[in-house]
Design a protein around this ligand. Sequence first.
Ligand code: ADP
Ligand code: MG
Length: 282
Amino acid sequence: MSMIQRLPFINGRGSRDMSSNPVASASSMADLSDKPLAVRGLTVTYGQKPAVFSLDMTVEDGSMTAIIGPNGAGKSTTLKAVLGIIPRLSGVVTVYGQPLAKSRHRIAYVPQRASVDWDFPTRVIDVVQMGLTRELGLLRRVNADHRRRINDCLDRVGMRDFADRQIGQLSGGQQQRVFLARALAQGADLYLLDEPFAGVDAATERAIIDVLKTLKAEGRTVVAVHHDLTTVCDYFDHVMMINVHKVAEGTVAEAFTEKHLQQAYGGRLEATLMDQLQLGGH
Ligand code: ADP
Ligand code: MG
């Protein structure tokens, strides 16, 4: 199996595209306009039980959106179904107003670190180069300009000095930075990240959030599954809260409220934590 196949999905090549799903009616498509990401009626099941049920989601252009919800809420499933990595039972997904088949080159995806096979022997620079796969073509000939861009992406995440290292030898935080560099190399408009801060050191967390905020400042759109409720207000401007169903969606002030958190997490949140959060809705 080639390295591209072993390493996680970059731009959806070879994935199934169900954008021609017959459940999608013309009228439900009409209001999807040209938002970076619009999801209507997304249902995904593993076996019988729905992991995500009838989910609608609209991501605003230039926003930073956190997808939050308890463990097993269907957050990763939502991202994977949006990208066509796993099949949808029903639902319509458009990216900048287009079906995935026409727009997947505008999306970069950083999968959950834990889901990656880190024993695979490849160097940092090769991982970042995969971000250029689409434009390198079959021969994968890297010219000076490509090389410069790869180095620039490594610089942006503070990993230039590690270009020739094996990824398996890096710390969790360093691995996450390399995956972000690969996403940057794609030059995408929409960035989907699955728990980018999970298991990374504080310096890496800072480095990653700085890169994401720079992307936003450039007018790009960032959607991240996010676990740490205490940083939602500092890092994001929009929130999508789910627990199989959608619980709330909107600006942080609209969606990130005690009422919605209680709804999504049930009694699983400590009152002391609730007090620490800069909750909206007051
Ligand atoms: P989250 O990312 O919010 O923690 P996931 O999307 O990973 O949740 O999972 C949602 C639900 O689907 C969970 O109950 C999980 O156990 C189940 N699930 C996830 N992946 C699979 C799979 N490949 N096969 C069967 N069940 C799965
Ligand atoms: Mg997950």
